[in-house]
Design a protein around this ligand. Structure first.
Ligand SMILES: Nc1ncnc2c1ncn2[C@@H]1O[C@H](COP(=O)(O)OP(=O)(O)O)[C@@H](O)[C@H]1O
Ligand SMILES: [Mg+2]
Length: 294
């Protein structure tokens, strides 16, 4: 098995020769509070021995994992009544995957997306994004990750109504501190990518729903994020326009983007290569599709 360890955890005070061997194998700067994060070592010969000696590995099936969660939990306290929105999610998503998250209303889809997108933090469990343990990060660190690693597309577009398309798309780069000329070049390239080269100076209210969603997708792409998260992106669009947007996601997937898309419609999920079904805060089914339809 071509296994590699991306993340592992151990007790720093362990009086254990194997722990110092882990130190030796991994770059020292990757050690944070007793956790080795984002490291890659060849675990084929070592993992079992380390595990038997109190070294806890987060094993990736192979080294391409971009998202790893372990026992991820989120509860909401509604005046005494506790709602378990996520009840211990174990998940691995690899670079370049196109995953549909399905399930009935209230099953935890948006809560999971917000967790993956670092808009919200878990009450329990661990989450690694690109090898970084984000579940333990503070708000400032999360804001940095959100801005650099995650592109979000929402059902309701969430555009600035008074700003034209170019300005909407350059917004994440302003937060990132990039100079204006480069920002505008990048924003123009992203709008061209989604087919809006001739609409850059139009405002959202001068555009159709499909065009608005394209602006939102350009805004999500402009920072060159590791993952593209879309929560019911076709929910406010008519069927034909929704199909255009899904075709764009297909193209982005073919170009190598990692996409996680929430939908409750089977024909939307068919665009993805894998579907994860949530029910009542747990994963009910995780299925890889063998054929794809467009
Ligand atoms: N901010 C919140 N406060 C209280 N309960 C919430 C909040 N957000 C979501 N929930 C509850 O958590 C559960 C999962 O919600 P959600 O993730 O939005 O589901 P879905 O996106 O699948 O419809 C639901 O029972 C919902 O009512
Ligand atoms: Mg939702």
């Amino acid at each position: 098995m071509a296994a590699a360890v991306r993340c592992c955890r151990f007790a720093v005070n362990a009086k254990n020769p194997l722990v110092s061997r882990v130190y030796a194998l991994l770059p020292a700067q990757s050690l944070v509070h007793g956790e080795i994060i984002g490291a890659r070592i060849d675990a084929r010969n070592h993992a079992d021995r380390y595990a038997a000696n109190g070294v806890e590995f987060m094993m990736a099936e192979h080294s391409e994992a971009i998202i790893v969660t372990r026992n991820l939990q989120r509860r909401y306290d509604m005046g005494g009544e506790v709602i378990h929105a996520l009840r211990g999610i174990d998940l691995q998503i690899d670079h370049g995957e196109y995953v549909a998250v399905m399930g009935p209303s209230g099953s935890g889809k948006s809560t999971l997306m917000n967790m993956i997108g670092c808009l919200d933090t878990p009450d329990g469990g661990k989450y690694w994004l690109n090898g970084e343990l984000v579940s333990d990060m503070n708000d400032r660190q999360l804001a940095r990750i959100r801005n650099s690693e995650v592109g979000f597309v929402f059902q309701s577009f969430n555009l600035l109504p008074r700003a034209n398309a170019l300005h909407n798309v350059e917004m994440p780069l302003i937060y990132g501190g990039m100079k204006r000329k480069e920002r505008l070049e990048r924003a123009a390239a992203a709008l061209t990518r989604v087919g809006l080269a001739d609409r850059m100076t139009h405002r959202p209210n001068e555009m159709s729903g499909g065009q608005r969603q394209r602006i939102a997708i350009a805004r999500a792409l402009v920072t060159e994020p590791s993952i593209l998260l879309a929560d019911e992106p076709t929910g406010n669009l008519d069927t034909a326009t929704g199909q255009d947007i899904l075709a764009l996601f297909d193209e982005l997937h073919a170009a190598g983007h990692t996409i996680i898309l929430v939908t409750h419609e089977a024909n939307v999920a068919e665009h993805a290569a894998r579907s994860i079904t949530l029910r009542d805060g747990s994963i009910e089914r995780d299925q890889r599709m063998t054929t794809r339809s467009h």
